[in-house]
Design a protein around this ligand. Structure first.
Ligand code: PAF
Length: 282
């Protein structure tokens, strides 16, 4: 698996593909790749002849006291994992390549409103870091399509809005969440769970599914459902950040007759902050 670190090497490779009229898909990641990322690569390949996986632990999307320093950096293992996939190239830039004027002097991209609640409220500045780095990766790679995971539901909505609002020439594709056999959504942060916490963790998805079933069965007392699920998770040992039923399209508070819903949750279990969601079409 070829790895490039510089803008120059990346452009040369992409220019070769463009000369052959090949389309390029980008899978942006922070590395420590798991089966969820591999599914993104597979889906990317269905939409383009060439797939670039970027691996960059983006400092600007981590807040003070978050896990930037501890975030697992596993480039050699990631390279081996990608060898057997449809990826053509790993782009692993350093901070200076992504932020040539330095982080403090960087031009930032900020999506209002959609970023105010949920992960945006509990992680101030996080989405500005995400949109800023994704816009930069788009400028560097110039992909035709880019693939993001549904697990980060709010993130993919924010990126879609950025792309639409700025007329960026890239199509955003969302890949379904890949789960362990017991339902826990795959995440690099699952490695922070102790054995006991790991046994508890699938209850987050159980709670989402149970509320999803209630919604399918016609229940519309949204806040009661949210409160009951939050209480249940707290009793199981989660520190719940949010558990919310919203319009799938824009995270607005739904009317009773809304038929396109998303149930979103974030909860801390020891050192791990888990997020998950399910889309419910009724
Ligand atoms: O979802 C992620 O891993 C990151 O937020 C992303 C999109 C790669 C930007 O750093």
């Amino acid at each position: 698996m070829r790895v490039v670190h510089s803008k120059q090497e990346l452009s040369e490779r992409i220019a070769e593909w463009r000369q052959q009229d090949e389309h390029v898909a980008l899978v942006p990641t922070m590395g420590n790749l798991h089966a969820g990322h591999i599914a993104l690569v597979k889906l990317a390949r269905e939409h383009a002849e060439r797939v670039v996986v970027s691996i960059f632990v983006n400092p600007t999307q981590f807040g003070d006291g978050e896990d930037f320093d501890d975030y697992p950096r596993t480039l050699e293992v990631d390279k081996r994992r990608l060898k057997t996939t449809a990826a053509d190239l790993i782009f692993a830039p350093d901070v200076d390549t992504v932020y040539p004027f330095g982080i403090d002097q960087a031009t930032t991209v900020s999506v209002p409103e959609l970023t105010e609640n949920f992960c945006g409220a509990s992680r101030p500045g996080h989405f500005d870091g995400v949109t800023t780095v994704v816009a930069r990766l788009f400028a560097l790679v110039q992909p035709d399509v880019a693939v993001f995971g549904q697990k980060d539901y709010q993130q993919q909505l924010v990126i879609r809005r950025m792309v639409e609002d700025m007329n960026l020439p890239v199509t955003i594709i969302t890949c379904e969440t890949i789960r362990e056999d017991d339902g826990l959504a795959l995440s690099s942060r699952n490695s922070y769970l102790t054995e006991e916490e790991r046994a508890t963790a699938p209850q987050l998805y159980e709670a989402l599914k149970s509320v999803g079933e209630d919604l399918q069965n016609g229940r519309r007392n949204f806040s009661e459902l949210e409160i009951a699920a939050t209480r249940k998770l707290a009793d199981a040992g989660f520190e719940v950040d949010y558990f919310a039923i919203r319009r799938a399209q824009n995270l607005a508070i739904p009317d009773r007759d809304c038929d396109d819903l998303v149930v979103l949750a974030a909860a801390r279990l020891g050192a791990a902050r888990l997020i998950d969601n399910i889309v419910v079409t009724v």
